[in-house]
Each structure stands twice: as C-alpha cells, then as structure tokens.
Design a protein around this ligand. Structure first.
Ligand code: B12
Length: 442
C-alpha cells in the first residue's frame, strides 16, 4: 500500500529589487549561499522540495505546493514580504526564516503564517507536525542555539548548476566571537562559534566533489577563528584535492606556518575583512584584535604563497572623512590587491551600531530596500550622506579602472604566481563595467 503522499514544499531565496521595481539577475551568480541546498536537506525526510534562488531564476508564483518557505538577506526584505502576500493570496501557507527575517520579526510576522527565528535544525519536524494538524505556531525558536553535531549533507543536486559560478558552498562553523559592532551574525549567534565535526565538513566537501565540482566556498563568518579546529580541517582538505576560498581576518598572517598549511591544502584566495585603515575605527567597532598597520605584511605573506586577496572595506565609520576613499584606493593599489568589495556602512537591527545610531538620531528615514550597503541610510560623522554615496561609487570606478587593473595585476614583477593572478583580470573588468553603470554584482 502506498504511504501518505509527501508534503510539497517550495523554498525560495528572494532577490533584491532595484529602484525601478525590477529584479536584476547577474549573468552568473559567482558565489551562491548554502541556505537553499541545506534547507532542502533539512526538509528532505518529510517533504519533496523544490528550491528557487531568485538571483538566478524567476519565482514561480503559481507553483502547486502545500507550503512555501522564504529566506532573504538585508535589502531583499520588502520584496520578500510582497511575495509572501502574493503566495498567501493564492491560498498557500508561507513560512519565513533566516538571519534577516529573525532580526526583523515584527515586520515579517504580519505577512507569514509562521516564522523560524534562528537556526532551523531540530525545528522542522515540530513545524511540519503542526502544519499537518492545521495548528501552526506563529514562531518557532530554540531557547538556546542547537549543536551542529548531526547536520545532513546539503542537497547540492538542487543547485542550478549552469547559472552559478565554479564554487559550491560549504559550512564548517556558525557564528563569530569577534563581536564587531556593525556585524549582524556575530550578535545574532551570540558571539560564540559552533562547529560541525571536521569529518562531517569533509563529507560535505566530498559530496560537492561527487557533483564534479572542485572548488569550495566556506560561507562561515570566520572559519579560521579556532586555530586547532581550522588546522584539523586543513589537514583533511589537503587529502581531498579541492581548491577553496573563505572569509578570514588579517591576523591569520601572523602565523606563517598556518599560511603554509592553508596554501598546501588548496586555498586559492581569502576574503579579508580589513574594514578600515584607521585603527581607532577598528577599536570603536570592537575589532581591536586586528592591527591596521599589519595589513601590508599580511597581504604580502598571503600573495607570496599564491593566495589571492579579496579585500573588504566598510565606508562611513565615524573616523572616516572625505579622504577615506583615496586612502583606501592607495592602499589597494600599492599592495596590488586582486579584488575588493566595498560596503557603505549599513546599521542592522540587533547590532550595537544600530542601537548607537538610533539613539543619536542619526538613522535616515529611507525605505528598507535602500539598506543594501550601496547607499548611506544614516548620517555619517565626518561627511554628508551624499558625499559618502558619491565617494563609494567613485572608489568602485577607480579601483576597477583600466589603469588600476594594469598596475595591480599586469605590470607587476612576474613571480611564480603571476599567471594565476592574471586570472583575476576578467573579474576585475566585469566589476569595472558594473561600476561604470552604477551597479553592484547583486
Ligand atoms: C553566501 C552569502 C551571500 C551570497 C549568496 C546569496 C544567495 N542568494 O545565494 C551573496 C554573496 C550573493 C550574498 C549577497 C547578499 N547578502 Co549575504 N550572506 C551570505 C552568507 C556569508 C552565508 C549565507 C549562508 O549560506 N549561510 C549558511 C546557512 C546554512 O545559514 P542560514 O542562511 O542562516 O540558514 C539557517 C537559518 O537561518 C535557517 N533559515 C534560513 N532561512 C530560512 C528559511 C526558512 C523557511 C526556514 C524554516 C529556516 C531558514 O535555517 C538554516 C539552518 O539553521 C551570510 C552570512 C552568514 N554567516 O550566514 C551573508 C548574509 C546573510 N548576507 C547579508 C547581506 C546583507 C547580503 C546582501 C543584501 C548584501 C547587500 N549588497 O546588501 C546581498 C543580498 C543578495 C540577495 N538578495 O540574495 C547579511 C544579512 C544581514 C542583514 N542585513 O540582515 C549576512 C548575514 C552577512 C552579514 N554578516 O551581514 N550573500
């Protein structure tokens, strides 16, 4: 006899709308997150799941299903709530979850049947039981964040392979103990880092390899934080023959032995949250564990080992005046940094930064869709919001200009890694094209 038919769930990662109300889709989503393939695996034993990342395909509003799950990041929130309304108008039940939905629960709850606040591990069964009984709760949440000892293998087969870049996402740890005042996840996860057993992480990397993919992106806030755990992971990765990239902090470069092991295990680049060149900015933001004066040496040590650097900067911290844009550009060009991502400081609810700026009456009354880190949504201390916006775009254009690309990547003394660095030229040219049309990658 056939068993009861499985619940049909549509899981959607919502994209951000531009000012014209249109969703802009990149030709390829270079980095894609773990949220959808991982949620698919969490729901898998009870439901048949279809996932849709709106950054690569349109949302099928009329898809026949029993339940719609939505997840979204930052400025995608208003669009996500509109989509939730549209699904409910079609008689679908809608649940939401994720970091942004959790932080903005008051705004989200009126638009959904249920909200999962925080981690979903261990909450899927009670949630589906309640939905099947017709008595869903408004909110599902753990009293304390659950352990990550028994996580399922993400459903990598669900990734829209032809539309994403060469890296597949994997997660080893969740949370970060740094507690930087502007960072959402650090506070959201309670400034502790939970870890998956190394063998489970290697199991997930092996699953990626079995899809024929050999490049791995760690989505962790900072996978390098616990050096003993990280070293164990490096040892295992070395045996798998993949190339990988991850977020890191500049202080890893103090340990040259660690850098050697990273390079040997297949690390081809790291995204470093430099944030600012001003030590006082770092201190005020609570990131005093790193020293801005050490940045050039950190970059050099990574590059000597063939590890490329993607530098991340936040613009508009209280110490930043109109000179910040030229200072950052000089640092990046002088140190021949391969790629950079700039963010206009964007206060997120639940962070100390948000509380401080709200208390000081410095938040601007702009639509939440503008909270995309490409526009000032607060009054900076040492320049006007307009100066911050203009400086941000000018820096994008100058960093990705032909002259800068030549100086950083091409007209450099060739070393053993010269050819590999040249591979960054194509991405730089593409970013330059986006910057000139005042567009970001996503
Ligand atoms: C990879 C990533 C990306 C990728 C991929 C996005 C994609 N569409 O695939 C890229 C680089 C493209 C990206 C873009 C952006 N991102 Co992003 N991104 C991440 C990152 C690093 C990892 C996400 C991930 O895979 N996590 C691992 C999974 C397993 O964890 P999770 O998503 O939290 O899911 C768990 C729970 O939250 C829950 N859950 C999540 N969703 C749902 C939904 C349902 C229905 C249920 C039941 C449960 C549930 O279940 C999971 C298991 O417990 C996070 C940081 C982080 N540490 O999470 C930032 C992060 C989510 N991003 C953020 C932001 C702001 C953005 C942007 C808006 C940036 C911008 N320019 O404004 C854009 C928006 C893009 C878009 N509209 O989709 C912020 C959000 C904070 C906020 N402001 O609210 C974060 C937290 C980074 C940060 N520290 O500030 N991002």
């Amino acid at each position: 006899m056939a068993g009861p038919s499985k619940l049909r769930i549509l899981l959607i990662q919502v994209a951000r709308e531009g000012p014209d109300g249109e969703v802009w889709r990149p030709a390829r989503l270079w980095f894609h997150g773990l949220t959808l393939p991982y949620l698919a695996a969490l729901f898998d034993h009870r439901a048949s799941v279809r996932t849709v990342d709106e950054l690569v395909e349109p949302v099928p509003l009329d898809h026949d299903c029993d339940l719609v799950g939505i997840t979204f990041m930052g400025a995608s929130l208003p669009r996500a709530l509109r989509l939730a309304d549209q699904f409910r108008a079609r008689g679908r039940r809608v649940i939401a979850g994720g970091v942004t939905a959790s932080l903005y629960a008051d705004e989200v709850l009126p638009h959904v049947d249920s909200l999962v606040v925080g981690d979903a591990e261990g909450l899927i069964d009670p949630l589906l039981d309640d939905f099947e009984k017709g008595t869903p709760k408004r909110v599902y949440r753990h009293a304390r964040p659950p352990g990550l000892e028994a996580t399922p293998v993400p459903r990598y087969d669900q990734v829209a392979r032809s539309k994403v870049g060469p890296y597949y996402p994997v997660e080893a740890t969740r949370g970060c103990s740094f507690g930087c005042g502007f960072c959402a996840t650090s506070h959201f996860h309670g400034r502790v880092q939970r870890k998956k057993p190394v063998e489970n992480v290697l199991r997930d990397v092996a699953a990626i390899k079995s899809e024929g993919i050999r490049r791995v992106l760690f989505v962790d806030d900072n996978v390098t934080l616990d050096r003993r755990y990280f070293s164990e992971l490096l040892e295992g990765l070395g045996g798998l023959g993949v190339r990988w990239t991850a977020n890191a902090t500049a202080d890893i470069a103090r340990d040259e032995g660690l850098l050697d092991r990273m390079a040997a295990s297949g690390c081809e680049s790291v995204s470093i949250g430099f944030e600012t060149l001003d030590q006082q900015n770092l201190e005020r933001a609570g990131k005093s564990r790193v020293t801005a004066a050490d940045y050039p040496a950190a970059v050099r040590r990574l590059q000597e080992r063939g590890i490329m650097v993607l530098a991340m900067f936040v613009l508009g911290l209280d110490g930043d005046g109109p000179e910040v844009f030229a200072d950052v550009e000089r640092f990046l060009v002088t140190n021949r940094i391969e790629m950079a991502l700039f963010h206009v400081l964007t206060p997120v609810r639940g962070t100390p930064l948000f509380d401080e700026l709200a208390r000081e009456g410095r938040m601007l009354d702009v639509d939440f869709a503008a909270h995309g880190a490409d526009r000032a949504v607060f009054r900076p201390a040492r320049m006007s919001p307009g100066e911050l916006d203009d400086g941000f775009w000018r820096l994008q254009r100058r960093f990705y200009s032909m002259g800068s690309i030549l100086r950083r990547l091409v007209l450099v003394r060739p070393d053993a890694h010269y050819l590999r660095r040249l591979t960054a030229v194509a991405a730089n040219l593409y970013f330059g094209h986006l910057a000139r049309s005042k567009r970001l990658l996503i």
